[in-house]
Design a protein around this ligand. Structure first.
Ligand code: PRP
Ligand code: URA
Length: 207
């Protein structure tokens, strides 16, 4: 299921990210801010447990995160930009990393690293990667997490292409995809149009 977020602040900040003249330090800061705004929807599925809390005046009902805490999984390397912002709001969440890199010729994702929190199979998962282009990286990430027994996860991205969303929906129909932007198409190099370019390079100022 695809959710395209609609909010003036998200739209304004996504425009800053799209702008080719936005320098890396502004790109990183804006990415952090937009992820914070997205978290309102991204965290909606999290389970909480009812507790009682005593205010200075009386005792009332309150909530805490259900245990075990959810985990944030970053698809390296651009996913770290989103994961850092989600982690700031959910510091209890352990952070896992899946190293996936698109092959520049085939555009297929290739895995090079994996480090996941323990008890991953009993945690809710927020999977973070700014770009959903062909969908190959997202599909591979979800495949790997499912192999570890993960059942409940949401995929958060900044920009998604229709081709990638269709591919992910075909492979993982139950997955919630939350994106700040739903773009037109992929170009001949499988970059998203209009997109924002190479997210990793823009975050880390590499070429
Ligand atoms: C980018 C992006 C996604 C992937 C999306 O990563 O962060 O992981 O491409 O493309 P897809 O949907 O076609 O798989 P990239 O492989 O460029 O690696 P990087 O984050 O290390 O730059
Ligand atoms: N990866 C990116 O970083 N950007 C795209 O447009 C496609 C894949």
């Amino acid at each position: 299921m695809l959710t395209v977020l609609s909010h003036p602040l998200i739209d304004i900040k996504l425009t800053t990210l799209r702008d080719k003249d936005t320098p890396p330090h502004d790109f990183r800061r804006t990415l952090f801010e937009i992820a914070g705004l997205m978290s309102f929807d991204v965290f909606k599925f999290l389970n909480s447990t009812q507790i009682s809390v005593t205010t200075p005046l009386e005792t009332t009902d309150g909530y805490r995160l259900a245990e075990p805490a959810p985990a944030i999984i970053s698809i390296l390397r651009a996913g770290n930009g989103l994961a850092d912002a989600f982690s700031a709001l959910l510091p209890e969440a352990p952070i896992g990393h899946l190293g996936l890199q698109r092959n520049e010729d085939t555009h297929n994702a290739e895995a090079y690293y994996e480090k996941l929190p323990r008890n991953i199979d009993s945690r809710q998962i927020i999977l973070a990667d700014p770009m959903l282009a062909t969908g190959g990286s997202a599909i591979m990430a979800v495949d790997r997490l499912k192999r570890h027994g993960v059942k409940d996860m949401v995929f958060a991205c900044l920009v998604a292409a229709p081709e990638g969303v269709a591919a992910v929906e075909a492979a993982h129909p139950e997955l919630s995809i939350i994106t700040a932007g739903y773009d037109r198409a992929l170009d001949e190099n499988c970059y998203i149009l209009p997109g924002l370019g190479d997210a990793g390079d823009r975050i880390y100022n590499t070429v």
